[in-house]
Ligand binder design. Structure first.
Ligand code: ADP
Ligand code: TRP
Length: 329
């Protein structure tokens, strides 16, 4: 049976990008593979060291995972910091990660640009910690969005390097997974770039119907095409990209045809898109509210998850220590 691992940082409510990029794919795989899904709270500390809100963010993420369809009976759902073996593996793998390659990582360079006041060593080593999350369970597949492609490449590089240095075939080549398709990138509603928590351009799984309608109606557009089959400007292409992911193929085809024949009315398209998003989000939102109120249940889920994740992690660390020559007296 294949092993699948994925995680999301608890830095705010989950948005449609997290849902379509990672979570939904994971949910679809959870009954056919050995699945580990975790809340990456160590990773969130690289940018959000916030002791007042951390636990609340973790609770929200957990309730949102479960509401989106993660099944704690089949998948192992846990909190990263409940499995300290991940931190140990990260330390050991960091001995074979080179400063130059870490400095060249796109996500690190972006963080330097956006937050020059907080360029910490945790950020630099982010890909090593992520590789440890994946390799601690020796994952075959990792369902993630397109923005994580480079981190996955680095994970494979670290795994191969470990195998080569120690002359073993221990770590697998963990592959990003999207059911044989290109990895998903859900764009934002502000005309450029991906939907993200920090970008403030997202639709959240906890948003009310009214908020969703407002956000979609405010999405950036242009004056409309003036000639048939005119190439789309980025904001328009982004709205079509979201519609392609969320709406029925006929709906998407209909508006594409309207665009290509210059008959499109963006207002109509946005109304349709908002309703299609609501169809996905509103049942999840209702479940979020119910699940969040069940504190004892949430505690049981993560306690059970931590125990199962630690068993798998312990086995890996036993082998890694042996391979590296760390012996007990
Ligand atoms: P964010 O980028 O919103 O801070 P994370 O970095 O914690 O969220 O991402 C968690 C998962 O969600 C990753 O697998 C990531 O690839 C996916 N993801 C985030 N944003 C998008 C997006 N706009 N489109 C597709 N996948 C996304
Ligand atoms: N880096 C991922 C993100 O920001 C979150 C993450 C941490 C992750 N560890 C992981 C995703 C392991 C998949 C597997 O999106």
């Amino acid at each position: 049976m294949k092993t699948v691992v994925s995680g999301i940082r608890p830095t705010g409510h989950l948005h449609l990008g997290n849902y379509y990029g990672a979570l939904q794919n994971f949910v679809r795989m959870q009954h056919d593979a050995k699945c580990y899904f975790f809340i990456a709270d160590y990773h969130s500390l690289t940018t959000h060291p916030d002791p007042v809100h951390l636990h609340e963010n973790v609770t929200n993420a957990l309730a949102e995972y479960l509401a989106a369809g993660l099944d704690p009976q089949t998948a192992t759902i846990y909190i990263q910091s409940d499995v300290p073996q991940v931190a140990e593996l990260s330390l050991l793998l960091s001995m074979h990660a080179y400063i130059g390659e870490l400095e060249r990582t796109a996500s690190f360079k972006e963080k330097i640009r956006k937050h020059p006041e907080n360029i910490n060593a945790g950020l630099l080593c982010y890909p090593v910690l992520m590789a440890s999350d994946i390799l601690i369970h020796r994952a075959d597949f990792v369902p993630v969005g397109k923005d994580q492609e480079q981190h996955l490449e680095m994970t494979r590089k670290f795994a191969r390097r470990f195998n080569t240095i120690y002359g073993v075939e221990y770590f697998p080549e963990s592959m990003p997974y999207n059911f044989g398709r290109e990895l998903t990138k859900v764009p934002g509603l502000d005309g450029s770039g991906k939907m993200g928590k920090s970008e403030g351009n997202g639709i959240y799984l906890a948003d009310t119907d009214e908020i969703i309608r407002k956000k979609v109606m405010k999405a950036v557009t242009d004056q409309g095409p003036t000639e048939p089959n005119q190439p789309m400007a980025e904001p328009i292409a982004n709205i079509f990209a979201i519609m392609k992911i969320v709406s029925a193929p006929e709906t998407y085809g209909h508006f594409l045809d309207e665009y290509n024949t210059c008959r499109i009315r963006y207002g109509d398209m946005k109304k349709q898109l908002a309703e299609d998003i609501i169809k996905v989000v509103s049942p999840i939102r209702e479940r979020i509210a119910q699940i969040k109120s069940r504190e004892t249940y949430l505690g049981e889920v993560v306690a059970h998850g931590a125990q199962k994740a630690r068993e798998s992690a312990d086995e890996t660390m036993r082998c890694v220590r042996e391979i590296m020559g760390i012996k007990r007296f």
